[in-house]
Ligand binder design. Structure first.
Ligand code: PLP
Length: 377
């Protein structure tokens, strides 16, 4: 059995999600748009999932739009907002440490003539609210910021965005990528003052291929795809009912935040203590980062990609180097944090879920001890 410590890349589906998917594949397989019984049953399941997600987010059911994941939700939010808002200005404020799906969407908008401001983090991946305040102005049509960074776990000042946008008399829509926060902290779009919020199922023990965009009632964004009445024409196409059912079941199975946070915080503390006894290890994540993520420099001559392979083939341990979507490219997050090349090239990301225990941390510790002794820097 693998020791799975790569939960920011994806999580193991929970039994409830797996059962819900199987039921949709074998029994409840109608098209949710069909008017016969099987279609109606499938639509009921989709609606129940939408309600479960809305309840968790503290919003209305019809503010939830299903997508194929957060990459699509982020693209829909960003291009949809830019298109709907372009008459009011052309400036978009974001950060240099967003997920690729935000970074690359913004690169594309920049090519189309939008002015993109990418706020820089400090050495721990934190973004300053004062920098955000300085960047937002009356021409800013969108602020897009992640809640928790997926590589180092830093918590971004998303709670300040709405206040700043109002203070600066900006028409900007507020988009928050809550992928690494949803299910871990209490994400409530209304409390955050967000117009658009992206989430995805597979980071909370749902299945890959299902995500959602929260769109605050009354907010207008333009669709990216055309072709049907589904998702109120904002995201047409036959609903991925099995995956959506899995998403709903995973949300319903989420434990109480505070209880889970306590468990993960304890695990994080234990991991930091153990890793701290290995000479030369440097924790790149701040003390106040999300407890679910530890980014750490491993003192060896091997680059992180080789370390990952070694950990898996010798000890069955799964960790990663930065974002799974960047597939071995140099981390833009650690680069933006201005860490040295040595650290950027030899850092790994350890990420926890509620299924992890101290024995997983022990296994990682033993493996890294052996690795750093056999292959020192
Ligand atoms: N945003 C963040 C912060 C992520 O960590 C990820 C996935 O790694 C995504 C967006 C993309 O989500 P998905 O895999 O559902 O497309």
């Amino acid at each position: 059995m693998a020791v799975y410590l790569d939960n920011s890349a994806t999580t193991k589906p929970c039994p409830e999600a797996a059962a819900a998917v199987e039921n949709m594949l074998t029994e409840n397989y109608g098209n949710p748009s069909s008017l016969h019984g099987l279609g109606i049953d499938a639509m009921k399941t989709v609606t129940a999932a939408r309600q479960a997600i809305a309840d968790k987010l503290g919003c209305e059911r019809d503010e939830i739009y299903f997508t194929s994941g957060a990459t699509e939700a982020n693209n829909l939010a960003i291009f949809g907002a830019a298109s709907a808002m372009k008459r009011r200005g052309n400036k978009i404020v974001s950060t240099a440490i967003e997920h690729e799906s935000v970074m690359q969407a913004l690169d594309e908008l920049e090519k189309q003539g939008f002015e993109i401001v990418r706020l820089m983090p400090d050495g721990k991946g934190k973004i300053s609210a004062a920098d955000l305040r300085d960047a937002v102005d009356e021409k800013t049509i969108l602020v897009s910021m992640m809640y928790i960074n997926n590589e180092v776990g830093s918590v971004l000042p998303v709670e300040k965005i709405r206040k700043i946008v109002t203070l600066k008399n900006s028409p900007a829509l507020v988009h928050i990528d809550c992928v690494q926060a949803f299910g871990k902290v209490d994400v409530r779009p209304k409390k955050l003052g967000a117009d658009l919020v992206s989430i995805t199922a597979h980071k909370i023990h749902g299945v890959k291929g299902s995500g959602a965009l929260y769109v605050k009632k009354g907010t207008i964004i333009h669709p990216r795809t055309f072709g049907g009445e589904q998702e109120k024409r904002l995201r047409p196409g036959t609903e991925a009912a099995p995956l959506i059912a899995g998403f709903g079941a995973a949300v319903e199975a989420l434990p109480d935040f505070t209880q889970q946070s306590r468990q993960i915080a304890e695990l994080n503390k234990y991991a930091r203590e153990r890793l701290g006894t290995l000479e030369g290890v440097i924790i790149n994540s701040g003390e106040d980062a999300s407890p679910y993520i530890i980014n750490a420099y491993i003192p060896t001559f091997m680059r992180s990609q080789t370390v990952l392979q070694w950990l898996y083939s010798n000890c069955g341990i799964c960790v990663s180097n930065g974002s799974a979507c960047a597939k071995g490219k140099r981390s833009h997050v650690l680069t933006a944090m201005k860490l040295s090349d040595e650290i950027i090239d030899k850092s790994i990301r350890i990420s926890f879920s509620r299924y992890n225990t101290k024995s997983d941390v022990d296994a990682l510790y033993e493996a890294l001890r052996e690795l750093t002794e056999k292959y020192p820097r």
